[in-house]
Design a protein around this ligand. Sequence first.
Ligand code: AHR
Length: 501
Amino acid sequence: MFKLCINPKSHKGHINPELQGHFAEHLGRGIYEGLYVKEDSGIENINGMRKDVVDALKELKVPVLRWPGGCFADEYHWKDGIGPKESRKKMINTHWGGVVEDNSFGTHEFMELCDQVSCKKYVNGNLGSGTVQEMSEWVEYMTFEGVSPMADLREKNGHKNPWKVDYFGVGNENWGCGGNMPPEFYGNLYRRYQTYIRDYKQGEHINKIACGANVDDYNWTEGVMKTCFDSPAWLHGFMDGISLHYYTHPGGWENKGSATDFTEEEWYRTLGKTLFMETLISKHQAIMDKYDKEHKVGIIVDEWGTWYDCEPGTNPGFLYQQNTIRDALVAGINLNIFNKHCDRVKMANIAQMINVLQAVILTDGEKMIKTPTYHVFNMYKYHQDAELLESFIETKEIGVTEEYQVPNLTESVSLGTDGKIHATVTNLSCTEDYEVKVMVADSEVKEIAGQIVGGEMHLHNTFEEPENVVVKEFKDYNNLGNGEILIKIPASSVIHLAMTL
Ligand code: AHR
């Protein structure tokens, strides 16, 4: 028996809804086919956006969407994606599959999509191959209300009113695909480019995100923070967040491994590698603390998720992969980590929303399926905008090799906006169920509702069998009174308990 102790009186921080954000790049069938099918498609759509997909995303309460990349962002020239569609420039998407990008999904379409989904907008600018003028004009085009060349152009293209841009990324992976820069060089460019990302509307601040590190490149964080913060005090406040990218590839970059065909050893290796996120956040945060003593700069984990070998027979540049119960665990573990670090982690974006990497939705023509990852997000949505509560779970180490021993359980607990206590717990064992005594200090739990996503570790949804994995009611609990509840969590599962005191 393990114990999960919850102190409902000890609030540890606010959980930004953005911790459950998404990322959609011009990559494979993510935007085209997945989200956007064009107005004249036989697939039901509103202004070109797939209705089934938008409805599914609304159910998740997607808080924010990052676009247009990724590596694509530093090759993207936004003016190619505005104006009459028939005259938009075509280009080759050199990063992703060498396919023709016809720019039919551009700024107006992105804004329309976000409005349909009711989510915030995170636009990633081009610092790698774009100019300061191009970036500054994009911001003016999107957000300036009044008379100006870009505001006039927007009106000419059919949108008189400006949009609200919530987040703006100043380049992407500029240590690699975004220009192969050293950190100090990028830091200086960041100082310059960000100057022209103006807040045109009073009270509508655009949060500026600097390009952060690849995984454990602490030297990058050090170099960028030092370059940006060794400056006059009035320059402080010019960075709202710095990104962090970390993917889980079980077999490393060369041999990532199959999404659906894996051994127990690979199961634990995948989960063990996922848990490294905790170390990464703590270590990058420690470096940031040296320069940003007031903790004004958030960690923005704007790319995370599993990255396997793509599905056999698909374009390797499209990064299309299936999604099993193993991915459900990866999602549950990461989302618990982000909650626990909500004092510093202000946004996280799963890579990627649809048909790419650890997608929440897969499509095939007019068919659409929700993945196990989707269902985990659906259970975790109760943490959005909640207050993190102090909690602790007893664990033991499990695994089949010395190298990848993992704790059997992870958790996070919050006080939701509905006044209920929401606990999400992951069982990392693929063979063992565990009894856990939930202990809510000095309280009486009046009502309990449970949900579960779980099953045999390879279980996944297909277009033929779309409901192999769904959220089910979790009933294996016994309210013992005095704030104590006995639960039994099945092997390889993620559960959500909603408790009313
Ligand atoms: O998500 C796929 C790619 O991974 C992104 O384009 C890039 O930023 C990262 O390397």
